[in-house]
Design a protein. Structure first.
Lengths: 343, 317
C-alpha cells in the first residue's frame, strides 16, 4: 500500500517538473500579445485551441480499430452477401457473373446434405455442452471445497484448453488408433473389451463420440473456470444464514449454490455454444468429417462447398445463413441470460 | 489452512468432504494429463516403438523423432553410407543406423518462424489498436458506443470459414494470399475484438481522476494517456497480449485456407509430417511438443488472468 502511494506521489512530482519545463519554454518564446490573448480567452475555447475537442479525440482513438474491422471483417462480409446472390465460382474468376436472386439460398435450404450437417452439428453441440457443463460444474464445486493444493491442481486441469485444437486433434488421431493407440488400450484395460475390437474413428456409431470426447477433454476446464468464478461470487454470509436456519447441505445446494451460479453457467454455455457451432479445426484433423459424412459438421460442409466444389456463391449463401443463425440464437439467449441475472 | 478452527468455520467444508473432493479432482487432473504425457513420451520413441502393439510405456529413449522433425532424409545403400566417413552429429548417426542420410533441413523451422512472426506481429498490432480504442470507449462519450462494442464482439461470432471465403478472394486480388502481412492483418482483425473488450474492462478500473489531475497540471490528453494511463494498464495490456498471442499461435482454419507455402504457420504443417508408410508419429509428437511448450509456460504465468481473457472480460475475479 505504501509503495503504491509512493509511486503515485512520484508520478505527481514528475508531472510537476514537466509542467515547469513547459512553462519555461513558452516564457522565452511567447510574446506579450500572445499572453494577453490567452488570458482573455474563455476556458472552453482555450481548451479547444490547445488540443482537439473530446469528440474528435474519441474518434482518433477508436478509428484505427474500427477501420481495420471494417476492412478485414465487414467489407468481406458485404462482399459475401453480394456473392451469395450470384453464380460466382472462385476457380473461374473470369466467367460471366450472373445474378441468380435467392436461388442459392433456396438450394442451400433444400439440400439434404446441409441439413444432415446441421443435425451433426446440433448433436455435437448438445452433447459437448451437456458433458462439459456437468463435469465442469462438478469439478468447480469440488475445487471450491478449497482442499490443500487446489490452486496447483486447477492450473494442471486448465492446460488442455490453452493448446491448439488442430495440433492436439491431430495427435488424438494417434491415440484413437485401434491397434497401437493408447485410448483403446485404456478402455480395454477398464472394461475387458479387446482393444482392436472397436474403431473410434472408423465406425459410424462411434466417430461422433470420438469428437465429443476430445472436445470435452479440451473445453471442460473452460466451463469449470467460469463456474468456479460463479461459486466464488456467492458471499459466505448466505451460507452462514442457511446454516443458522439448519438448512441441509442438499437444500443449500439447490436453493443457494445452483441458482446463484446459474448466470455463470449460462454464460459458459453461451461461449461454448458459439465456439462449437463454428467447430472446424479439431474435427477436420481428427476425422475429416468421416467416416462417410457422419462427423461432417457445418463448417466442414461449408469448406467443401467453398474450397473443394468451388461453388462460391452457394457457399456464401450458406455462410450467411450460418452467421445469421449464430447471431440470432446468441441474441435470444443473451436476453434469457439477462432475465436470469435480474432475478 | 489456518481457518479450520476460525470463527466462520460454519461454512468451512469438513475434513472428509475436502479429502473426497481432493481425490476426485486430482484423479481428473491426472487423467486429463495422460494425452499430453503421451505426446511427450512418443516424441522420445523410435518409430517402431511408437507403433508397437500393445503401446510401450517403458522404452529406450531416442532423439530420432526430433532429428526426423528437423531434417529430410533419403535412403541409401549401406556401401554408400560406409563410404561417407564418421558421422558428424547425433542425428547423423541415428539417421545412418536406419540406412538413410540427411538430405537437408525440413520445413518445420521455417514454419515455426512464420508462426513466431505472425503471432507476435498480429499481437502487437491488435494490442496497440485495442488499447487506443478501449481508452476511447472508456473515457469519451462515443455516439452509439453500446452498438459499436456489440458490433466489435459480433465479428467473433462468424465461423472462420465464412470469413475465409471473401478474404480468400480479396487477398487474391490484393496479392496478400500466402504472405505474412496478410495473415498478420487477418489475425489482428480477429484479435482486436477481444483486445478492445478486455482492455476496456482494465481501463475502466483506472480512476479518471489520475488523468484529470495530470491534465489540470498541463498535460494534453495524449500525454496523459501515454504517461498516466498506459503505465497503470500494464498488467491488463500484458494479459491481453498473451491471449491474442495464444489465439494467433493456435489458429488453424485461416492458416490452412490462406497459406500454402511461404507464409504457412506450424499448425497446418505439423499434421503433414510423414515418414515412410504414413505419419511419422515420433516426429509429429516432437513437433507438437516444441509447439506446445510456449503455451504451457503462458498458462502457468496467466492462471490469475485466465478467466477474464476467455470470457471477453464478462466475468471478473
Amino acid at each position: 500500500m505504501t509503495a503504491r502511494i509512493r509511486k503515485r506521489t512520484g508520478q505527481f512530482f514528475r508531472m510537476r517538473r514537466f509542467k515547469t519545463q513547459v512553462k519555461s519554454v513558452t516564457d522565452t518564446s511567447s510574446t506579450i500579445l500572445g499572453e494577453a490573448v490567452a488570458r482573455a480567452t474563455p476556458a472552453p475555447i482555450a481548451s479547444r485551441i490547445r488540443g482537439l475537442s473530446d469528440r474528435s479525440m474519441a474518434w482518433l482513438f477508436i478509428t484505427p480499430a474500427i477501420a481495420l474491422l471494417l476492412a478485414v471483417n465487414i467489407f468481406p462480409l458485404i462482399w459475401a452477401i453480394y456473392l451469395s446472390f450470384t453464380n460466382f465460382r472462385a476457380n473461374r474468376p473470369n466467367a460471366a457473373l450472373e445474378s441468380v436472386g435467392f436461388s442459392n439460398y433456396s438450394r442451400v435450404l433444400n439440400d439434404p446434405n446441409i441439413w444432415q450437417a446441421m443435425q451433426t452439428t446440433a448433436h455435437f453441440v448438445f452433447w459437448t455442452i451437456l458433458l462439459q457443463t456437468l463435469i465442469g460444474f462438478s469439478l468447480a464445486y469440488l475445487i471450491d471445497r478449497k482442499f490443500r493444493g487446489h490452486a496447483f491442481w486447477t492450473t494442471i486441469i486448465l492446460v488442455p484448453m490453452m493448446l491448439s485444437p488442430a495440433v492436439v486433434g491431430n495427435f488424438w488421431r494417434f491415440l484413437y488408433q485401434p491397434q497401437i493407440g493408447l485410448f483403446n488400450h485404456i478402455v480395454s484395460f477398464l472394461t475387458g473389451i479387446p482393444p482392436s475390437s472397436f474403431e473410434m474413428l472408423g465406425s459410424v456409431r462411434l466417430s461422433p463420440w470420438a469428437i465429443i470426447i476430445v472436445d470435452t477433454w479440451m473445453w471442460t476446464p473452460y466451463v469449470m473456470l467460469i463456474c468456479l468464478a460463479g461459486l466464488r461470487s456467492i458471499p459466505d454470509y448466505i451460507y452462514e444464514a442457511a446454516e443458522v436456519d439448519r438448512a441441509s447441505l442438499w437444500r443449500q445446494f439447490w436453493s443457494i449454490t445452483l441458482p446463484m451460479a446459474l448466470p455463470f453457467i449460462m454464460l459458459a454455455v453461451l461461449f461454448r455454444g458459439i465456439e462449437n457451432f463454428k467447430m472446424f479445426d479439431m474435427v477436420t484433423l481428427l476425422t475429416g468429417g468421416g467416416p462417410g459424412s457422419t462427423t461432417e459438421v457445418a463448417s466442414i460442409t461449408l469448406k467443401r462447398e467453398a474450397f473443394e466444389s468451388w461453388r462460391t456463391g452457394r457457399a456464401s449463401a450458406f455462410a450467411i445463413i450460418l452467421f445469421v443463425a449464430v447471431f440470432g440464437l446468441a441474441n435470444i439467449y443473451v436476453k434469457a441470460l439477462n432475465k436470469v441475472k435480474q432475478r | 489452512m489456518s481457518s479450520v478452527n476460525a470463527a466462520h468455520s460454519v461454512v468451512e467444508p469438513s475434513r472428509t468432504s475436502k479429502r473426497i473432493a481432493a481425490t476426485i479432482v486430482i484423479a481428473y487432473a491426472v487423467i486429463t494429463m495422460i494425452p499430453l504425457v503421451w505426446i511427450v513420451l512418443t516424441s522420445f520413441k523410435s518409430p517402431p516403438d511408437s507403433i508397437s502393439y500393445p503401446p510401450k510405456i517403458v522404452f529406450q529413449p531416442t532423439l530420432e523423432g526430433y532429428c526426423n522433425l528437423f531434417t529430410t532424409r533419403t535412403r541409401q545403400t549401406p556401401e554408400y553410407i560406409t563410404s561417407l566417413g564418421a558421422p558428424t552429429s547425433t542425428c547423423d548417426e541415428i539417421t545412418r543406423s536406419r540406412n538413410m542420410v540427411i538430405a537437408g533441413p525440413s520445413n518445420y523451422w521455417p514454419r515455426f518462424q512464420n508462426s513466431l512472426v505472425i503471432a507476435f506481429g498480429s499481437t502487437f498490432l491488435a494490442v496497440s489498436l485495442g488499447t487506443l480504442a478501449a481508452y476511447g470507449f472508456s473515457r469519451f462519450k462515443v455516439p452509439l458506443a453500446e452498438d459499436l462494442l456489440f458490433f466489435i464482439l459480433s465479428t467473433r461470432m462468424m465461423p472462420p470459414i465464412a470469413v475465409a471465403i471473401p478474404i480468400y478472394l480479396m487477398y487474391r486480388q490484393l496479392g496478400l494470399s500466402d504472405t505474412a502481412l496478410g495473415m498478420i492483418l487477418l489475425y489482428t482483425a480477429v484479435n482486436v475484438s477481444l483486445a478492445v473488450w478486455l482492455l476496456k474492462g482494465f481501463i475502466d478500473e483506472i480512476p479518471r481522476e489520475y488523468e484529470e489531475a495530470a491534465m489540470i497540471d498541463g498535460y494534453t490528453r495524449m500525454q496523459a494517456f501515454f504517461k498516466v494511463v498506459l503505465p497503470q494498464a500494464t498488467t491488463g495490456i500484458a494479459a491481453t497480449a498473451i491471449f491474442c498471442l495464444i489465439f494467433a499461435w493456435n489458429e488453424y482454419a485461416f492458416a490452412v485456407l490462406l497459406t500454402s507455402g511461404a507464409a504457412q504457420t506450424a499448425p497446418p504443417f505439423i499434421p503433414t509430417i510423414i515418414g515412410e508408410g504414413g505419419q511419422d508419429w515420433p516426429a509429429v509428437a516432437a513437433g507438437t511438443t516444441i509447439f506446445v511448450v510456449p503455451i504451457l509456460v503462458f498458462t502457468i504465468l496467466l492462471r490469475k488472468q485466465l478467466l477474464r481473457g476467455i470470457t471477453f472480460g464478462a466475468v471478473r475475479k
